[in-house]
Design a binder for this molecule. Structure first.
Ligand code: GLP
Length: 283
């Protein structure tokens, strides 16, 4: 069941603009540097807003972020005692305690290392009997919790964010989706390499839902993501590349390593812009 969380802060659900209205692309040397940069932004957010609602993603890409943030927690430089965590998407049909349900993955990779309890966690119920009702309940719960402050995203090789596969509506809400075969093949590595074990259906925050987070941070690493990153940042806003919806958000940051940046035509411009950025601005 979706866990309703009350923010109690009455904060307005207005995305921060941080002085710019374009997708910011930050090219970092490697995944570790990307993880450190984003963990730093999360740490700053938690200093400003100790009960911030952090939207987290699964997959291999965000792991360096969670590792870097956990290191800060261990060293005492970040206090997560009031932090709250929101899930992005979930498989349909896996019991919540299945080791590869995204709830289990997030408990292992995010909540436990950050010392955050399940009472501060919210996610959709992929094992619900009434999936449309579970989707609606989760979408509502996110709003009632005050909205996501910072949503971390990975990207699929086909440009999906969450599990919004190509041709998802750019104004979609949390709902059930059918995975493409490509995504099932990509994710088979988490199911012992057996694509037959990867569920066909998922619940995902919709693109419209994701766009309501105050700050979107997408991390992409490796050459396999280079085409999707180029389409996201330099292509048209189009449902065929769901991540291109980031261009509609007033505060979206795309952090890429050199390999994932390798197909960007404006890479030099992005490097120059970031290098000349005032320190106070952060990402
Ligand atoms: C899954 C998740 C996405 C994630 C994507 C990429 O499909 N639903 O949120 O971004 O995988 O995963 P990876 O980072 O392992 O390439």
């Amino acid at each position: 069941m979706a866990v309703p969380l009350s923010s109690g802060t009455g904060r307005r659900r207005v995305p921060s603009q941080n002085g710019r209205l374009s997708v910011e692309v930050v090219i970092v040397p490697d995944a570790k540097a990307g993880g450190a940069l984003i963990a730093g932004a999360m740490a700053d957010l938690l200093r400003r807003t100790p009960d911030a609602l952090l939207g987290v993603a699964t997959g291999s890409t965000p792991l360096p972020v969670y590792e870097a943030l956990a290191a800060r927690v261990r060293s005492g430089s970040v206090d997560t005692s009031r932090a709250r965590i929101a899930q992005l998407d979930e498989y349909v049909g896996l019991p919540a305690d299945h080791p590869e349900s995204y709830r289990s993955v997030l408990r292992r990779e995010v909540l436990e290392p950050l010392g955050i309890g399940m009472d501060a966690f919210m996610g959709p119920d992929g094992a619900a009997e009434d999936i449309p009702a579970a989707c609606e309940a989760y979408d509502r719960a996110l709003a009632e919790a005050g909205g996501v402050d910072l949503q971390l995203l990975g990207i699929g090789t086909d440009g999906h964010i969450g599990f919004n596969e190509p041709c998802s509506s750019l104004v979609s809400r949390t709902r059930i989706k059918t995975l493409t075969e490509q995504t099932r093949v990509d994710n088979a590595r988490f199911f012992g390499g057996d694509v037959g074990q990867v569920p066909h259906h998922v619940i995902t925050q919709g693109i419209g839902t994701i766009l309501e987070a105050r700050h979107l941070v997408l991390l992409a690493t490796g050459e396999g993501k280079a085409d999707a990153v180029a389409a996201t940042v330099e292509g048209p806003v189009a449902a065929v590349c769901p991540a291109s919806a980031l261009q509609l958000h007033p505060h979206a940051t795309v952090v890429v390593d050199e390999a994932a940046a390798s197909k960007l035509k404006f890479a030099d411009y992005f490097r120059h812009t970031y290098a000349s950025k005032p320190d106070w601005q952060g990402i």
